[in-house]
Design a protein around this ligand. Structure first.
Ligand SMILES: CC(=O)[C@@H](O)[C@H](O)COP(=O)(O)O
Length: 255
């Protein structure tokens, strides 16, 4: 049976979404209802810790697993502090570690991410680290206790697609934990491509939130992720250099 289990929870949907950049965040509830998305990531700095005011958590249905992320952290120490704050504020045990000190490309710092993962996994968090695709870092994250690894497809918010495809393919082949492609995925076809390679799931924010019709785009992503997974399970046929006829080309005119 094709099961995805992370942090002891079996997930039916392999599309994870972000909650940033929506013109109207109340649409997140409709997306969850229409696509079955179960994981929604939220930047802790957008959560009102006093529970009042304009709290993004109001827009995230209760049945979802909340995946607080440490957006804004520039070091492992800052990420650890944000994760602990999230748990203390009742956001649960899951955390997506983002440690970024590069303001231009928002590339994750793998070394700091590994340090934070080690500490937080030891403290019982379900740790999903956002990472630059690199085999040694991915294996180190596994050893540090990561529940999954989340390599980027392209820089956050660029909608440029699966630019890191060849390395992500290696991570999928070599990692024991699920590989979730996160960031930069701009179109459903790119999510399907990641899933066809064997990615366990995709996390998409910008492409959905900034679409002309975010709800329809979320449905398109949901179907693409499912189609890509099915194609992976179906084991695509081999690719060849030269044409091979689909039906016999000879024999018609012989007597
Ligand atoms: C919200 C979140 O976690 C993003 O930082 C995530 O990495 C998604 O990236 P895109 O916005 O490029 O889909």
């Amino acid at each position: 049976m094709d099961r995805l289990v992370i942090g002891g929870r079996e997930l039916k949907s392999r599309l994870f979404i972000g909650s940033g950049k929506f013109a109207d965040e109340s649409i997140i509830g409709d997306i969850v209802a229409q696509t079955g998305v179960e994981i929604v990531t939220v930047a802790l700095r957008r959560v009102s810790l006093s529970g009042d005011g304009d709290n993004i958590l109001r827009c995230i249905p209760k049945e979802c697993v909340l995946l607080p992320n440490t957006s804004g952290a520039r070091t492992a120490e800052e990420a650890i502090r944000i994760a602990r704050l999230a748990r203390a504020a009742g956001c649960g045990d899951w955390v997506k570690i983002e440690v970024i000190s590069d303001n231009k490309y928002l590339l994750p710092d793998n070394n700091e991410t590994i340090k934070a993962t080690r500490v937080l996994a030891e403290e019982g968090f379900v740790v999903l680290p956002y990472m630059h695709p690199d085999l040694y870092a991915a294996k180190e994250l596994e050893r540090a206790g990561a529940a999954a690894v989340m390599p980027l497809g392209a820089p956050i918010g660029t909608n440029r697609g699966l630019k890191t495809k060849e390395i992500v393919r290696i991570l999928i082949e070599e990692c024991r934990v699920p590989v979730i492609v996160d960031a930069g995925i701009g179109k459903p076809s790119e999510a399907a491509e990641a899933m066809e390679m064997g990615a366990a799931a995709c996390l998409v924010n910008t492409a959905i939130a900034t679409a002309g019709n975010p709800l329809v785009m979320a449905r398109a992503f949901s179907q693409a992720v499912e189609a890509g997974r099915l194609a992976y399970l179906a084991q695509p046929g081999e690719t060849t250099e030269y044409a091979r006829a689909s039906s016999p080309l000879t024999g018609f005119l012989r007597s």
